[in-house]
Structures are given as C-alpha cells and as structure tokens.
Design a protein around this ligand. Structure first.
Ligand SMILES: NC(=O)c1ccc[n+]([C@@H]2O[C@H](COP(=O)([O-])OP(=O)(O)OC[C@H]3O[C@@H](n4cnc5c(N)ncnc54)[C@H](O)[C@@H]3O)[C@@H](O)[C@H]2O)c1
Length: 282
C-alpha cells in the first residue's frame, strides 16, 4: 500500500495557509483521502478557486474555504467552531501558514538582510505569524482534538536545518526552530490523550510563491532541485492515519519519503533527528 491509498473518510482537517503552495497540496491530499477539509487562509478569496479545483471529485471529502488570519484569535476560534459545526468534530490540524524570506527582502532583486538591517515590524510580523499564529490555532483546536482521542493530530510545517541557521535568514530561521520546540513540548503536554504532534518539511526549496525570485534563481543556479509542493503529502497522509497513532514529537522530511517501501519503513526513512536534542529533565 502507498500513502496515497490511505483513506481518512469521516475525519475533519483544518489546513492553514491552504489557498496556495504547500498548504493547498496538503489540503488537496487530505481531501482526496476522504477527509473533510477546511482551507483556512488570510487570503480568503483565494480559497474559493483552491477548493473548486477539488470539490465533488470522486472519493473526496467535503471542502470549505475560510478567511482566517492565524494571528487573530477571533479568526482562529471562528475557523475551528465552523469546522466542528459543519463536520461534527475536528481530528487534524495542519499548521502550515507562514511568512518568510520574501517578506524580508527589500525587493525581489535584493538579497536578504542582516538582522540589524531588517525592519523590526517585519521581524515581529514573521514571529507573530509563524510562532504565535501556530500557537493560537493549536490552542483553539486542541480541546476538540483531545475529544477525537487517538485520531487527533497536530502537524506543524517547518523547514530544513540549513535554512534555520542560514545567515541573513532571521527571523525566519528563528521562527521555525521555535515551532520545533512547540512540537516537542506540546507532544509531551498531550501525552495520554492520544493526540500526536509532529513536524513536517519538504526537504528543500519548494516551488511556491514563498520563494523569492532571488531564492529561486539561487536554488537553480546552485544546481539544487526545486521541489514541488506535493512532495510533502505522503508523510502527512501517513501521520494522519491510524498507522501513525503512536508517532509523536518527531520530524519528517517529504523528500526522504520512499513510496516503494512499506509505509512503516517509509516513515522510518523520512524521520530526521530532532532539531532540539532531547535532554533529561533536571
Ligand atoms: N516554499 C519553500 O521553499 C518552503 C520550504 C520549507 C518550508 N516551507 C514552509 O511551508 C509553509 C507554506 O509555504 P509555501 O511555500 O506554500 O508559501 P506560500 O506563500 O505559497 O503560501 C503561504 C500561505 O500562507 C498564507 N498566510 C500567510 N500569513 C497568514 C496568516 N497570518 N494567516 C493565514 N494564512 C496566512 C498565505 O496567504 C499563503 O496562502 C510555510 O510554513 C513555509 O515556511 C516552505
């Protein structure tokens, strides 16, 4: 069986930042597996065309586009309430919405800025979106995920280790390390509830609006392959399924997923060492 054959019929998912890019690929993947999916995005208008790409396809769950700014607690509450009201519960939250390098650069033709040159308001906005927005959505969703018990999932999208420490890449790198800590700590907070919390990343520069033109040119001229957003979907489907019910506090790389392997082995192969080393409690 391949990850794409897994079924999630009757489950409900919210994917943030699902109007385009990686979020849209994840939302489409979950919907194709039969889950009911809320496509939540600050660009509410763009969720319409995104959901229309898939609505009504055979085997798909129901899809709903919603305008939601994850930095706004009322928006997060409304999105979770609407998912529960329409679909009867909530099983899966994918925290994908994020802001990054393209927001830091002065223009698509300039290089990224050193930390003391970057705009403090932009710096704050990136942390507010990536770190605090992920917390706001998770805080709102978790009581319902706990009700879902062993079906409950939080899946946080982060990035490659090299990106987290690349020069001129704060606050993006900082924000993604923080999400890794959120994953580890929350997975421990949720021990005994059945809800798992994991991190997922594509494993390289991915072909979305997120990459600035400079980043795309750099990736191409340096010979690095630019990945397609769908590369992240198989490990997400596996993590959302019953097969990964006991997998928590881990980090998975889309590019390392091998669809020719049995699913458990593919999961093992795609699992990368944690960014933050486990330490004994003092
Ligand atoms: N593209 C890459 O190379 C790459 C690599 C590694 C990780 N990622 C991560 O993948 C995730 C998705 O990125 P992408 O490449 O698809 O980017 P993208 O820019 O194509 O999509 C991001 C989406 O998030 C939405 N968004 C932004 N702020 C929001 C907010 N406050 N509330 C709700 N929605 C908001 C945007 O409207 C957009 O639709 C991000 O977390 C990013 O850090 C991307």
């Amino acid at each position: 069986m391949k990850a794409g054959d897994l079924r999630l019929d009757g489950r409900t998912a919210i994917v943030t930042g699902a109007a385009r890019g990686i979020g849209k690929a994840i939302a489409h993947g979950l919907a194709r597996a039969g889950a009911n999916v809320v496509y939540a995005d600050i660009d509410g208008e763009a969720t319409g065309p995104a959901t229309r790409e898939i609505a009504g396809q055979p085997g798909c769950g129901q899809v709903l586009g919603m305008s939601c700014d994850i930095t706004n607690r009322d928006d997060c509450a409304r999105t979770v309430e609407e998912a529960v009201r329409l679909f009867g519960g909530l099983d899966i939250l994918v925290n994908n919405a994020g802001k990054g390098p393209v927001h830091l650069e002065r223009s698509p033709r300039t290089i990224s800025l050193k930390f003391w040159e970057s705009d403090p308001d932009v710096w704050r906005d990136i942390i507010a979106t990536n770190v605090i927005g992920t917390f706001f959505m998770s805080r709102q969703a978790t009581p319902f995920l706990i009700k879902a018990g062993a079906r409950g999932r939080i899946i946080n999208v982060t990035t490659s280790l090299a990106t987290m420490q690349r020069k001129t890449n704060s606050p993006y790198g900082v924000s993604k390390v923080a999400i890794e800590a959120e994953t580890l700590i929350w997975s421990k907070d949720l021990e005994g509830t059945g809800v798992t919390v994991n991190t997922i990343l594509p494993g390289g520069a991915t072909n979305t609006d997120f990459l600035s033109n400079m980043g795309r040119i750099h990736a191409q001229t340096s010979g690095r392959i630019v990945l397609e957003p769908e590369i992240i979907v198989p490990p997400v489907l596996w993590l959302a399924s019953d097969l990964a019910a006991h997998v928590t506090g881990r980090r998975f790389v889309g590019k390392a997923w091998d669809d020719t392997l049995p699913l458990a082995e593919a999961g093992q192969k795609a699992c990368e060492a944690p960014v933050i080393r486990e330490a004994a409690e003092r």
